[in-house]
Ligand binder design. Structure first.
Ligand SMILES: [Fe+2]
Ligand SMILES: [Fe+2]
Length: 170
């Protein structure tokens, strides 16, 4: 079952994997947006859904530029991360605590994507895929910015939660 024997094939495999991951995310993010309580978090999920659509299109551009063919495959890791998001929604009532759990899940997603695009970028450099490099870089930067944004929202949410608890105790 050793179907990957070259760096070129590894690049196609990794790109096919993240393509599946991004597509799964375009379907999951609107649900996360609806499940979030804080308006800013809900908005962040919504705008990342739109950004993710653009990232899918960027992968199409890479495929076109390099004249490669993606493998039909399902990213099992993203399937699991999306499933965990569903579990959060099922097991935590709407509010700051659920928001904190949604952010935790979303940051796991972003870190997965950052690792994937970082690898793809390194492989593209190694292979001299010059047309792919700026496209992969652009998406990598978007994923990093999203991760940072989520960290900020988590800190903000933590403060809101503290305030709510202080009020409840008083
Ligand atoms: Fe993405
Ligand atoms: Fe992302």
């Amino acid at each position: 079952m050793a179907s990957i024997k070259t760096i070129e094939e590894l690049f196609v495999h990794e790109l096919s994997d993240i393509y599946s991951a991004e597509k799964q995310l375009t379907r999951a993010l609107p649900r996360l947006s609806r499940a979030a309580s804080a308006e800013e978090l809900s908005g962040a999920f919504q705008s990342h859904a739109e950004e993710t659509q653009g990232q899918v299109e960027r992968i199409d551009q890479v495929v076109e530029a390099l004249q490669i063919r993606l493998k039909r495959m399902k990213c099992a890791a993203m399937e699991g991360l999306v499933e965990e998001g569903r579990d959060v929604i099922d097991s935590i009532a709407e509010g700051p605590l659920r928001d904190a759990a949604l952010i935790a899940g979303a940051q796991k997603v972003e870190h997965y994507e950052i690792a994937a695009y970082g690898t793809l970028l390194a492989l593209a450099k190694q292979l001299g895929y010059d047309d792919a490099i700026p496209l992969l870089k652009e998406t990598l930067e978007e994923e990093k910015a999203t991760d940072k944004k989520l960290t900020q929202l988590a800190l903000q949410g933590g403060k809101n939660e503290e305030a709510a608890q202080a009020t409840a105790k008083a």
